[in-house]
Design a protein around this ligand. Structure first.
Ligand code: HEM
Length: 166
């Protein structure tokens, strides 16, 4: 199964890891820089969050805007959560500016990650305000009346942006 690693650190340090392994993607987060990598071969990170990729569409890009939706899930709820994502709307793929999605199963904690990458923040915002977003979340999203049984705490977003390096 393909794997995924996420770590944080200073931008320059993470860039030095990318110099050794070009498949590492480095972005600016709100507080620190963040690097991620996917594949079979272990990431060159000292400490990382580790995931298995449950579903994926599109290629990761060094240039883009990434939003991670971090969703704590109970251990009993994992199969149901993954079922729901197997049946996901699958309309995000058609959105303008969409680059990639990964559904990430945590191996060391309870928090799944819905990773999406966009060509720009504007494209993400447009989808976030769209009917497609609303439809995909009728049973689960921020505006749905009842909280799904598998949820184990509040979900939170992490936003990352590639640095403009001309
Ligand atoms: C309280 C907040 C949220 C919860 C609990 C939640 C949970 C879920 C669940 C369970 C699904 C699978 C479909 C279903 O069964 O409903 C889903 C779909 C999805 N969610 Fe969320 N979500 C939330 C907000 C967000 C936000 C803010 C984003 C932005 C990154 C996001 C990204 C996605 C994506 C990309 C899909 C798949 C859509 C598609 O296939 O077209 N979610 N979400």
């Amino acid at each position: 199964m393909k794997q995924f690693w996420i770590t944080s650190g200073t931008y320059d340090y993470l860039k030095s890891l990318k110099a050794k392994d070009n498949s590492v993607v480095v972005m600016e987060g709100e507080e620190t820089a963040v690097a991620f990598k996917e594949g079979q071969e272990e990431a060159p990170f000292e400490e990382a969050r580790h995931y298995e990729i449950v579903d994926e569409v599109g290629n990761l890009s060094d240039e883009g805007y990434v939003v991670l939706n971090n969703i704590p899930v109970t251990s009993e709820g994992r199969p149901l959560f993954e079922e729901r994502f197997k049946d996901r709307a699958g309309t995000i793929e058609n959105e303008e500016g969409f680059l990639a999605i990964r559904i990430l199963r945590p191996t060391r904690n309870n928090t799944y990650v819905v990773f999406t990458e966009w060509d720009s923040e504007a494209s993400f915002k447009k989808w976030r305000e769209s009917q497609a977003f609303e439809k995909a979340h009728q049973k689960s999203g921020p505006d749905s009346g009842e909280k799904p049984s598998f949820i184990d705490g509040p979900s939170y977003l992490t936003k990352l942006q590639s640095r403009n390096e001309e």
